[in-house]
Design a protein around this ligand. Structure first.
Ligand SMILES: [Zn+2]
Ligand SMILES: [Zn+2]
Length: 272
């Protein structure tokens, strides 16, 4: 266990990029074989969403330095919630507690992005995708990328999350986020079981439905328990889901990278 954690700590960036590419490749092939939404230009769609990586990777690397500093500080000063809970000398319990805490943080972050006008204008870029597939995972405005990382940084500071637990959780998060956007759905019975605890494609697709109240539901990142707990859990059959968001339904505009970059700095469009 310690060897694995040391290995992961020393290769954190490479491990994340390797896993990200591997899962993307596997999911892309699942979509090729069993994709639900058909008749669109997959490569064109993916190349637009991939443009967001160009701006987001440098941000990720720059903020990686801040993450290291914050975790060093909390470690040196034993600062943060997790340092004050019992049984945290057990690595498994510490990891589960860290995982739940970080997932709750992502849930709160996602709700805030939907509820505050200016934050929504950054997050809406993710929702403007009229087709949801694995490439939609990449569609995040650089401004949102900064906001998300800063909020995670604050959450890690308050929680006292250690580096290896954060990294392990991030690896699980990568798999979960890509899979939840896949252009494929789990069979209903399996989804009922997995969806009790985890966000599945079936559940996240509902979050990408163009109209309320569905856009404001299933906020969960890896775990679906928060939506059940806070009353934002919803299901919608695939045949009833229409991807996008009612205020930005122009497909031509939604496939223009520079138009999307400008959305947060324009006029707020009230949702119905
Ligand atoms: Zn959202
Ligand atoms: Zn999404």
């Amino acid at each position: 266990m310690n060897n694995l954690l040391n290995f992961l700590s020393n290769t954190s960036d490479e491990a994340q990029i390797f896993l990200f590419s591997g899962i993307l490749f596997v999911c892309w092939n699942i979509e090729t074989i069993a994709g639900l939404t058909l008749g669109y230009k997959r490569w064109n769609h993916a190349s637009l969403n991939a443009k967001f990586i160009l701006s987001n990777i440098p941000i990720q690397f720059l903020l990686g330095f801040a993450f290291t500093k914050v975790i060093q500080y909390t470690g040196n000063h034993q600062f943060g919630l997790l340092y004050h809970l019992p049984y945290m000398n057990n690595k498994l319990i510490l990891f589960i507690a860290s995982f739940i805490l970080l997932d709750l943080g992502e849930f709160i972050y996602h709700v805030l992005m939907h509820k505050f006008k200016r934050l929504w204008m950054f997050h809406v870029v993710h929702h403007t995708d009229n087709i949801v597939d694995v490439s939609t995972t990449l569609r995040e405005h650089p401004g949102e990328n900064i906001i998300r990382n800063l909020m995670t940084l604050a959450w890690i500071f308050l929680g006292g999350v250690v580096f290896w637990a954060l990294l392990l959780r991030q690896l699980i998060q990568i798999v979960s986020n890509i899979f939840s956007h896949i252009n494929y759905r789990l069979p209903e019975k399996l989804d009922k079981i997995v969806g009790c605890v985890f966000i599945t494609p079936n559940l996240h697709h509902v979050h990408h439905h163009f109209q309320q109240p569905y856009t404001d539901c299933n906020y969960g990142d890896v775990l679906s328990i928060w939506d059940r707990l806070f009353g934002t859990f919803k299901r919608l059959p695939f045949k009833d889901v229409l991807y996008g968001v009612d205020t930005y339904m122009d497909k031509k505009e939604n496939s223009n990278y520079f138009y999307l970059l400008k959305i947060p700095f324009g006029k707020y469009k009230k949702r119905s």
